[in-house]
Design a protein around this ligand. Structure first.
Ligand code: GLY
Ligand code: MN
Ligand code: MN
Length: 448
């Protein structure tokens, strides 16, 4: 029996239409917004990196092909949502795969008017002409910035009487990113699928890890599990750091041997339909925490628990960080790394050499997702539908001579993804063991 294609959950067309409507409502009358999609990027020679659509563009269109530009013109009589995209081309498609083309893009993506992207220089200046404001994310893509400037210049230099170029350029990001910060039910469903695949990957490696394996073997197991569960791409390069490599925050070499008696820190998440999961666990390579490792681990765990408890509507984005810092500082005293009065230590930020990061970041289409952390100089208040990571960590480098020697070379981070709900929060990645006992139990269990 032939296997049936697995159904994939996606954002419905109606939701894209309503996102565009919401963005239009933010925009001034008589304005235009231009949102370019991503272009293919060369890796080397004739090889490209896997294509990843620009998150803003994808959020507004759902269109996942390169070389496309979305244009929104609120109130335009012949349609507000416009797309420039590649034309069908049999020969190209024989080599490189399917192209949707402008006509089908209109039907499939609810676009009002679509044109070949090869005609953009001829068509777009005419659409910009007469608009008072141009919304565009200047400074992200220098080549596209120049194109926009050329189109505007073309209007000013045009010889037909009364040609008017926009009087004002406005950064689009703020409006759009405010929308992206609040996740709809459909987005949360996709984030849960990214989380499910990621949870499976982390559980798999806890069961497979053995002393003597290479860090990249764990990476391979993760990618395998993400992929077979529908998250074909990692949301960011996996960090698999054994021993002191865990203290390098963005360690991605992943090419060393995992030693008996060391911990390994694994920060890896899958991406499902563009939505990221971001998950870290730190566990013993041989399946048992040493007493010193467990002491450091428990400090981070308490900090994470306190921080997660502080994620709820009405609290500010910084409350979990403050809760984590309090527990981390207390723990650093217990471990004999810091000494003195707790409030003074917190006030002096004495923890900073060992806990260098903020406790979280927004999560969504981008792993470090968009959205302001402060509003008018005040920390943002949590509201239902926001998703943040909570990821406290302690990193004791081998050369930190003030740290008791039993702790040097230990790095621990525990990271989960937390959705703000109406009355509190939901941890999307809760199914990966987190306590010492839970981890040791799973690691003692054999895998297939
Ligand atoms: N994996 C990136 C981060 O945790 O922020
Ligand atoms: Mn993170
Ligand atoms: Mn992470």
């Amino acid at each position: 029996m032939p296997r049936k294609k697995k159904a994939r959950r996606e954002i419905a067309l109606a939701e894209y239409v309503s996102r565009r409507r919401e963005l239009s409502a933010f925009m001034d009358e008589g304005s235009i917004a231009i949102v370019p999609g991503a272009n293919p990027k060369i890796r080397n020679g004739d090889v490209q990196y896997p294509f990843r659509q620009d998150s803003d563009f994808r959020y507004l269109t759902g269109f996942d092909e390169p070389n496309a530009v979305f244009v929104l013109i609120p109130g335009r009589e012949h349609g507000e949502a416009l797309l420039f995209c590649r034309e069908r081309d049999n020969e190209h498609e024989r080599w490189h795969g399917h192209i949707t083309g402008p006509e089908r893009a209109m039907q499939l993506f609810g676009i009002d008017d679509a044109f070949p992207v090869s005609d953009i220089d001829d068509i777009l200046p005419g659409l910009i002409e007469g608009r008072s404001k141009l919304y565009y994310a200047m400074g992200v893509d220098r080549d596209f910035d120049n194109q926009v400037i050329d189109w505007v210049k073309k209007i000013s230099q045009s010889d037909h009487l009364g040609a008017e170029s926009p009087g004002e350029f406005v950064q689009l990001d703020h409006y759009l990113h405010e929308l992206r910060l609040f996740k709809s039910a459909a987005e949360i469903a996709l984030m849960k699928l990214a989380a499910d695949a990621t949870v499976k990957g982390h559980c798999r490696i806890m069961q497979k890890t053995q002393p003597g394996m290479m860090e990249y073997e764990l990476e391979a197991e993760l990618i395998h599990e993400f992929s077979i569960n529908g998250a074909r791409y990692c949301a960011y390069p996996a960090i698999v750091g054994g021993g002191a490599n865990a203290c390098v925050l963005h360690y991605v070499s992943n090419n060393e041997v995992l030693a008996d008696g060391d911990l390994v820190l694994v920060d890896a998440g899958g991406e499902y339909e563009g939505y990221a999961c971001d998950l870290t666990r730190t566990f013993p390579v041989n399946g048992r925490f040493s007493e010193s490792q467990a002491r450091v681990y428990e400090v981070v765990l308490r900090a994470q628990e306190a921080a997660i408890a502080a994620v709820r509507p009405g609290n500010t984005w910084n409350d979990p960080h403050e809760a984590a810092i309090r527990e981390l500082s207390k723990g650093l005293v217990t471990l004999g790394v810091l000494s003195g009065n707790l409030s003074d230590l917190i006030g002096e930020e004495a923890y900073l050499p060992y806990c260098m990061t903020k406790t979280g970041h927004w999560l969504g289409l981008d792993v470090h997702d968009v959205g302001d952390y402060q509003v008018n100089g005040q920390w943002r208040v949590f509201e239902e539908g926001m998703v943040t990571t909570i990821e406290p960590g302690v990193y004791f480098n081998e050369n930190m001579m003030e740290v008791p020697s039993e702790y040097r070379g230990i790095g621990v981070r525990i990271e989960d993804d937390v959705l703000v709900t109406k009355s509190g929060n939901e941890v999307l990645t809760d199914q990966v063991p987190r306590t010492v006992d839970e981890i040791e139990t799973l690691m003692g269990a054999t895998s297939d």
